[in-house]
Design a protein around this ligand. Structure first.
Ligand SMILES: C[S@@+](CC[C@H](N)C(=O)[O-])C[C@H]1O[C@@H](n2cnc3c(N)ncnc32)[C@H](O)[C@@H]1O
Length: 259
């Protein structure tokens, strides 16, 4: 029984392992509202029994997975991106463990990595940001006060998922942490889904609500803010230690033969 990440949307970004599973799957569950139409098509072309988990409870998902496993069918729950980030897995994993159903999680390309790649960014910037904070704005989902995004401003690159539905709150939270309306940010809508669905927008923090409205951005988007989205900073990054000529020997000497 597999819990499989299919990546951000582009079929060519499926890992070889996930592709082998999707080609052989018999009982397939998939996160309906988040998978690209191409990924859904691929699943539907291959699986005999198909369930959209957008309309199911944790108990129902666990029941279908368990039943598929007990019938000896190749059973898989397909996720967008990587299931290990905001996959909503715990309620299902808990039940599978209680029922003695073995499972394997197959990682996928996370959407925030795909988003950064599509913009042409490295999320980390030498001497400016060696930390990436992946978080979200919460309206209904309970979230500890200590984890509020405002507490992480200035501590690294911030990647916001599950937040584009509340652009005003994003602005409020980041401003509460010390950013100004003029801070450059990047929004990537449905990264790798292809034209005209994919949208890559560079704007200022204060413009976010207007941009979301104007570009009709709904649901699936990542917001990136940090040194990597500030061209004044990225134009003047200091040389990388890893690739500096005098450190080259050291870097090479730490590579273990055969690895
Ligand atoms: C429930 S979370 C699942 C995240 C997923 N497990 C991953 O690794 O990306 C859904 C959120 O992921 C982000 N997301 C997923 N796919 C995306 C894509 N192709 N482009 C931009 N954001 C995406 C959005 O922030 C969306 O609200």
């Amino acid at each position: 029984m597999y819990i499989v990440g299919l990546g951000p949307g582009d079929v060519s970004l499926i890992t070889l392992k996930a592709y082998a599973i999707v080609r052989k799957v018999e009982v397939a569950l998939y996160t309906g509202s988040l998978l690209s139409p191409k990924l859904v098509k691929l699943i539907k072309e291959n699986a005999r029994e198909i369930y959209n988990t957008a309309e199911m409870s944790e108990e129902e998902i666990a029941n279908v997975l368990e039943e598929g496993y007990r019938r000896g069918k190749l059973t898989a729950w397909f996720h967008d991106g990587c299931p290990t980030i905001y996959g909503g897995l715990w309620g299902v994993i808990k039940r599978l463990r209680e029922r003695g159903v073995p499972y394997e999680i197959v990682p996928g390309v996370p959407s925030f990595c795909a988003a950064a790649a599509r913009v042409g960014l490295e999320l980390t910037v030498q001497e400016r940001s060696q930390t990436v904070i992946i978080s979200r704005i919460s309206r209904r989902t309970p979230m500890r006060e200590e984890e509020r995004v405002r507490n992480f401003v200035g501590r690294g690159t911030i990647v916001l998922m599950l937040s584009i539905h509340a652009p005003e709150l994003v602005v409020e939270e980041l401003k509460a942490g010390g950013l100004t309306e003029n801070t450059p940010i990047v929004v990537v809508h449905r990264a790798t889904w292809g034209e005209p669905v994919e949208k890559i927008i560079r704007c200022r923090l204060g413009e976010l609500p207007e941009v979301v409205k104007r570009e009709n951005i709904k649901g699936c988007a990542v917001i990136i803010v940090g040194p990597c989205t500030d061209e004044d900073i990225t134009c003047n990054v200091p040389p990388s230690v890893v690739y500096s000529p005098d450190k080259h020997k050291y870097a090479r000497s730490t590579v273990v033969e055969g690895h």
